[in-house]
Write a protein of this length. Structure first.
Length: 86
């Protein structure tokens, strides 16, 4: 019985830790949501350029590389200033 109690306590601790981690992940995801919305809109605008002129056809790989360059080039900061820089 004591082994079961110890195992139960460990599981309860891990559940609490997972809940805290889940809350941190959600907060981070919510924090960057505006950036995700803008980049998503930009992606679809770029994709629609092919409807205007067929030579404007870009791959997802190209778009991701451009976005990664933009992230690297953005001045480093914390919090809302980082969002503004992105």
């Amino acid at each position: 019985l004591s082994n079961s109690k110890i195992a139960s306590d460990r599981i309860a601790e891990k559940v609490i830790q997972q809940e805290k981690t889940g809350e941190k992940i959600k907060a981070t995801r919510d924090h960057y949501s505006p950036v995700a919305e803008r980049t998503s809109a930009l992606f679809f605008v770029i994709q629609d350029l092919a409807n205007v002129e067929p030579t404007y056809q870009y791959s997802l790989e190209w778009y991701v590389s451009i976005y990664e360059l933009a992230i690297d080039a953005a001045p480093k900061a914390k919090g809302s200033k980082r969002l503004k820089n992105l």
